[in-house]
Unconditional design. Structure first.
Length: 397
């Protein structure tokens, strides 16, 4: 039995390469990176992170999270029909065409796949290749889907809190009063590969070579499925790390609540329908609440009288090596008080070999940072500020 599971584990991993979603998510991540760089160069004439940043975020944490979800799903013996997996893949492609990356989150892909599966069974759609799988499982398939949905929502919250706050992208926009202000944007796509059990009979005809696992008198196949988690958040009223951490915490708590409620579906199958609907409505409510709170909050990244606020820091630049961070206010450069970007660069040029900055940190404490400047260093230290009016984006906030 152990040898069979080990064999199925590696075979299931190999089937990941047959799933088009696996390759498509790499394309989406690359597209997000290129789009971000174009926008940053338009606003600041320099990019913050390179084009591979989104690609580097695609898998590492997602693999660990997917392993945890797999242990729960396979360990509990929860079986999903192949129909749901196919519908989820189709909806992943469909929602990506809307250009709203957050719609590639589990509640919009797997959540709507839940209802698509239910509708297909009720209407008895002619799906000869795998329709029998759902019929064999009966009503138990729906609680299994909602448990997986809840686990993926918890995973989404974890990824937002741990990864969504990393290197949020600065952006210039124009306020409703016509002033240039700065905001931050976090736009990510993560891949979460999850091992799932599906009925073996579902794959006998179209995939006769598919190995089967005997378990409890029935046969099942082990398949590694890539799930997408899309995330998009705009921050204008507070520090990006605080905003994304709070948003991730809310999503995690919501996922835990869904997981607790979804267990009722094993005794009352109709409850699974309510859980799937609640997942979609509740996740949308969390996003709406976050957007409304940001719209009502005062602008955090705006021009200041006592100095200039750091909107962004280019990685590996002199500013990064001096541990300057987003949200800090530079008040003096080489002993000279500054009030705008022009004054900052004029004071910086007074000493081409060394710079000393007086900074108010995010806690309102004064600190001094200094560093020798070398040939080849970024001539602007790698700091991004709210620029002059000529560089604002046409989008109003």
């Amino acid at each position: 039995m152990i040898e069979e599971w080990i064999f199925e584990f590696f075979k299931g991993m190999g089937k990941l390469l047959l799933n088009p979603v696996f390759y498509y998510l790499f394309f989406v991540a690359a597209f997000l990176g290129v789009s971000r760089i174009k926008r940053e160069r338009k606003d600041f004439s320099v990019r913050v992170e390179n084009a591979y940043f989104e690609l580097r975020q695609l898998l590492p944490l997602g693999i660990l999270a997917g392993l945890a979800v797999s242990v729960v799903m396979v360990g509990a013996g929860l079986v999903l029909p192949l129909e749901t997996i196919v519908f989820t893949a189709a909806l992943t492609f469909l929602w990506s065409f809307t250009a709203k990356v957050r719609w590639m989150a589990p509640v919009y892909t797997l959540g709507f796949a839940f209802f698509a599966t239910m509708f297909a069974l009720e209407q008895q759609w002619p799906l000869p290749s795998f329709a029998q799988s759902s019929l064999d499982l009966g009503s138990s398939i729906f609680p299994s889907i909602t448990v997986l949905l809840a686990l993926l929502v918890i995973t989404e919250g974890f990824l937002i809190k741990r990864n969504g706050r990393k290197s949020t992208s600065p952006r210039l926009v124009r306020s409703k009063r016509g002033q240039t202000i700065g905001i931050h944007e976090s736009k990510r796509i993560w891949m979460v590969p999850v091992f799932l059990l599906i009925p073996g009979e579902a794959l006998q005809l179209p995939f006769e070579w598919w190995p089967l696992i005997p378990m409890g008198g029935e046969t099942y196949s082990l398949i590694l499925v890539p799930f997408s988690i899309g995330f998009h958040q705009r921050i204008q009223g507070t520090l990006p790390k605080e905003a994304t951490a709070l948003h991730g915490q809310r999503v995690t708590v919501f996922g835990i609540l869904l997981l607790l409620i979804s267990s009722a579906g094993f005794w009352y199958p109709l409850a699974a329908v309510g859980v799937a609907a609640l997942a979609i409505i509740g996740r949308e409510f969390i996003s709406l609440r976050q957007r409304m709170a940001e719209d009502q909050a005062p602008f955090f990244f705006s021009k200041r009288n006592q100095g200039i606020m750091v909107l962004g820091v280019v990685p590996d630049s002199p500013a990064d090596k001096m541990s300057l961070s987003v949200g800090e206010i530079v008040t003096k450069v080489n002993g000279v008080k500054i009030h705008d970007e022009k004054g900052f660069y004029e004071a910086l040029q007074k000493n081409g070999a060394h710079c000393k900055l007086e900074v108010f940190d995010v806690n309102g404490q004064v600190r001094f940072v200094q560093r020798a400047l070398y040939e080849g260093d970024h001539h602007e230290l790698g700091l991004l500020f709210v620029q002059n009016e000529k560089k604002w984006d046409s989008e109003a906030v």
